[in-house]
Design a protein around this ligand. Structure first.
Ligand code: ZN
Length: 501
């Protein structure tokens, strides 16, 4: 058995290495690569991805997994070997179900659609992408049907990002969340908007970067195993437990951009830096799902990074970094500015309170399109109607309506949005559980200390990597299924106080 397990690990590690090398190339492409490197880089990344895919579907892996089944079954569920075999089997089955011919067809269609979208969006021309988007829907259904036995056709697609979550349970969760959240949004947006002009002055790049570095270092981001670089669309890239990098962008006319995107990405990175080093290079390395990953970026960015206690410690430092810009701006005024709530058109710019409404409508449209109850050609109108009902405004065009996100135009329809809102929900569940274990956490945050919270997250969430699925992990950590109560409680407490609701 040991020899077979060692052989499996060797093969899996080779796949991990190829993917890690591809990740470095992709990181470089988004940060430092000169423009001229584009064509060769695309080819190099495709070659690495192809080699990794060939190794991933090698029948030898299937044989080893079969041979190791009795060994796996003799071990406790949580055992490292059993978990490695279980997760490797899931990855293997997922990649062998999709015929290579289909993957090639989908990839070709996606890149064509992406290029069309890049032209059609600025021109506000939904009709131009409509035939392609209809075909995307067909391909998405075809993809789901390579995984027969589902309850809902979206389930196999959801599995790619949030394995184990089901359309039915997420739909129920989101319906409850929407019912609780729409009245909060209405109550806040019926008041005069908060004044965030203190964030919209001139803040020089170098000072912003220095301050952000200080903040992410304080919350526990390890610069011996990471670094910060600039890019257009911030992301986190983990190549190994010892090398998890974050990227950021700076706007000199708006302080919120660099600051909160850094804390957000650092949250993703704390998760990946916290995975047990013995999983390095193997399928247990990394985050377990989109939702759990986003739970960490959102927990650090919003629950911690937009809290009053956090700024009781950091605001005097921020004022020292920007003495002229923040002169006469009280902590309270700053706190209100960073928690401004408003009806807005664009998901990625949305505040903490309205954000989920943007995500949930997309998720429900995905289900409706896959079910066939919403035709792709009717999407723009459905979008306007739902937007008016939830957010009280009507998008003036499709460019900033149903065409604003790249997801459907560069991939499949189904399973690509729910992770963002699951992240908000799960993040609040984890935080509430951490507070029960360590009631002193808010007091520590007020002193700029994060060890208790960070340590609790490493112990309960991070170190497990992909060992548990999101539903398993949430159950294990919180003794409950995924539930909206802690999140709604969090919103009501924080914004109830801010807006006297
Ligand atoms: Zn994120």
């Amino acid at each position: 058995m040991n020899k077979k397990l060692e052989e499996l690990k060797t093969r899996l590690m080779e796949i991990g290495d190829l993917n890690g090398a591809g990740g470095v190339l992709a990181w470089d492409q988004s940060t430092y690569m000169p423009q001229g490197g584009g064509p060769a880089r695309g080819r190099q990344m495709a070659t690495l991805a192809m080699l990794a895919q060939e190794k991933q579907v090698d029948p030898a892996i299937g044989k080893l997994l079969d041979d190791l089944r009795s060994y796996e079954e003799s071990l406790p569920f949580e055992d490292d070997d059993a978990s490695l075999i279980r997760v490797a089997r899931r990855d293997y089955e997922r990649s062998t179900r999709l015929p290579p011919e289909f993957v090639a067809r989908l990839n070709a269609h996606s890149s064509e659609t992406y290029m069309l979208w890049a032209e059609a969006r600025p021109a506000n021309d939904f009709k131009k992408v409509l035939p392609n988007l209809e075909k995307t829907l067909d391909l998405s259904r075809e993809m789901a049907n390579y995984f027969p036995g589902y309850e809902h056709i979206a389930d196999p697609l959801i599995d790619f990002a949030d394995y184990g979550m089901k359309a039915a349970s997420v739909r129920k969760l989101f319906a409850d969340l929407r019912a609780a959240q729409v009245p909060i949004v209405q109550a806040i947006t019926s008041q005069a908007p908060a004044d965030d002009s203190c964030l919209r002055k001139h803040f020089p790049d170098a000072e912003q970067m220095a301050f952000c570095e200080e903040v992410v270092r304080a919350i526990g981001y390890d610069f011996q195993r990471g670094r910060i670089d600039k890019t257009h669309h911030p992301f986190t890239a983990g190549f190994s437990v010892g090398d998890v990098r974050i990227t950021t962008r700076v706007r000199e006319d708006y302080l919120g951009e660099c600051l909160f995107s850094n804390i957000h990405e650092a949250g993703h990175a704390l998760y990946e830096q916290g995975v047990d080093a013995k999983y390095d290079g193997l399928p247990l390395q990394g985050g377990t799902s989109a939702g759990v990953h986003e739970s960490q970026s959102r927990l650090w960015e919003n629950i911690v990074g937009r809290s009053r206690g956090f700024w009781e410690f950091f605001y005097p430092k921020l004022q020292k970094a920007f003495p002229d810009q923040l002169k006469g701006v009280s902590l309270e005024a700053f706190y209100r500015a960073i928690n401004k709530v408003e009806r807005s058109l664009i998901r990625t710019d949305a505040d903490e309170v309205t954000y989920n409404l943007h995500v949930m409508l997309r998720f429900e449209f995905e289900l409706a399109m896959l079910e066939g109850s919403l035709a792709v050609r009717d999407l723009p109108e459905a979008w306007r109607e739902r937007f008016k009902a939830d957010l009280g405004i009507v998008p003036p065009d499709d460019k900033d309506g149903c065409m604003q996100d790249v997801h459907w135009f560069g991939g499949v329809i189904g399973g690509v949005f729910q992770g963002y809102t699951l992240g908000n929900v799960i993040g609040a569940q984890f935080y509430a559980t951490a507070l029960k274990a360590h009631p002193g956490i808010p007091g520590e945050i007020r002193q700029g200390k994060f060890e208790a919270l960070h340590g609790w997250l490493i112990e309960n969430v991070y170190r497990h990597g992909r060992k548990f699925t999101a539903p398993e992990l949430v159950q294990r950590v919180t003794s409950s299924d995924v539930t909206i109560e802690p999140y709604i409680q969090y919103l009501r407490t924080k914004y109830g106080e801010l807006y006297k609701l």
